[in-house]
Design a protein around this ligand. Structure first.
Ligand SMILES: Nc1ncnc2c1ncn2[C@@H]1O[C@H](COP(=O)(O)OP(=O)(O)OP(=O)(O)O)[C@@H](O)[C@H]1O
Ligand SMILES: [Mg+2]
Length: 367
């Protein structure tokens, strides 16, 4: 009789590892990744084919803690149990995880590697923080509309009165004060509109949209105050239509190009490049789009860049580094892109510049 017990057992071990809800990352004695299960692919947003055989330190350069924990487990025998960390994922932003590590031993009992079990804690964390946050968001949502309404009316009264006053006032110095009232009233108005946009439940009117048309509108609206060739367009003319709400999408690109414009030097070599193409790097994530195909818009600037500690905050409502900023542009953009089943990715180096990549599902109906 054929002995199948060993094969069956091996297969089932692999199946078990593959089927675990926790991400499994195992490295050998040289800290080279040898096992990377399906859940690890999902949690880390990395394809197995791009990970196996590579050193953990380079793969998890953004999550040096994970590589460090594997190294400590391997070299010093230090074990971590449900150690709470935040993974900096490439597409969907930070993810709270619990990491448990252990050593792997060979037949002779010598340490031959280390394994990390990565548990997605977003559910638990959002349960902990979510109800509070949801309550707060619902609270903001409910009150934003009435509050904005209440403030907007007297605000436009104040603005109107200041405008009338500025016409009557001959004194230049006093004229400056009315100018400030008008400017600040406009700023408050923008913040209120932003709050309303953010709090309002989305009502998307999706159709097949030509991204280039939306981008051209944005370039037209933002070109003012820049040198003639400061915004370069590098479009792929064969790019299919995307499924989107045109107005909301234009709003996103406007926010992003405006940020790029605000980050660059207007007088000299500051430039923005808008590139469109089909995204080829999506094989992992089920996007719900046709065959998972996505269009990619990259907005690149050679401006100030974003410091690493600020990078994780830029989607937080009201986070701004600008004196007149409301800090809602990125939060609103992320919300809209998510509602479109798309992704936002940011690469930024201080002093070099920033690239924001927007991935959008292509439309089922072309034309
Ligand atoms: N392309 C970029 N280059 C450099 N910093 C950026 C860029 N995009 C965003 N940021 C940083 O992210 C912060 C948040 O951006 P966000 O668009 O949400 O708000 P804001 O631009 O400050 O204000 P506003 O509400 O007027 O857009 C900015 O203050 C800036 O520090
Ligand atoms: Mg902005």
């Amino acid at each position: 009789m054929k002995d199948t017990s060993k094969t069956a057992c091996q297969t089932s071990y692999e199946d078990i590892v593959e089927g675990l809800a926790e991400g499994v990352v195992a490295v050998d004695g040289a800290l080279t990744v040898r096992v990377f299960n399906q859940s690890a692919e999902k949690i880390c947003e990395m394809a197995r084919t791009a990970v196996i055989g590579k050193p953990a330190s380079t793969l998890f350069s953004k999550d040096s803690k994970l590589a460090e924990m594997l190294a400590k487990t391997l070299d010093e025998g230090r074990l971590f149990a449900e150690y709470e960390e935040t993974l900096q994922r490439r597409f969907s932003g930070p993810l709270p995880v619990g990491i448990t590590t252990s050593q792997i031993f060979d037949h002779s009992g010598a340490v031959s590697g280390a394994v990390a079990l990565i548990k997605d804690l977003s559910g638990i964390k959002s349960l902990e923080a979510g109800s509070l946050r949801k309550d707060r968001l619902a609270y903001i949502g409910t009150f934003a509309a009435s509050l904005a309404h209440e403030i907007k009316n007297p605000l436009s009264g104040i603005r109107g009165a200041a405008q009338l006053l500025s016409k009557k006032i001959k004194d230049e110095k006093l004229g400056e004060y009315t100018g400030i009232i008008i400017k600040e009233a406009d700023r408050l108005d923008r913040i209120l509109c932003g709050m309303l946009d953010f709090a309002r439940p989305a009502k998307l009117t999706k159709k097949s949209v030509n991204i280039h048309k939306a981008l051209d509108t944005v370039v037209f609206l933002t070109g003012d105050g820049l040198l003639p060739d400061a915004i370069k367009r590098d479009y792929d003319p064969s790019l299919p239509l995307v499924s989107a709400d045109e107005g909301q999408l234009t709003q996103v690109f406007l926010n992003l190009v405006k940020n790029a414009k605000e980050a660059i030097r207007k007088d000299k070599d500051g430039s923005i490049r808008i590139i469109t193409r089909m995204a080829t790097e999506f094989h992992l994530i089920d996007t719900g789009s046709i065959g998972g195909k996505m269009a990619l818009v990259e907005i690149k600037d050679n401006g100030s860049g974003i410091k690493p500690d600020e990078l994780e905050k830029i989607f937080t409502p009201f986070f701004t580094t600008k004196p007149g900023g409301s800090g809602l542009g990125m939060a609103i953009s992320l919300k809209i892109i998510k509602e479109h089943n798309g992704f936002l990715k940011i690469d930024s180096t201080p002093g070099i510049g920033t690239t924001i990549s927007v991935y959008l599902p292509i439309a089922a109906e072309q034309g």
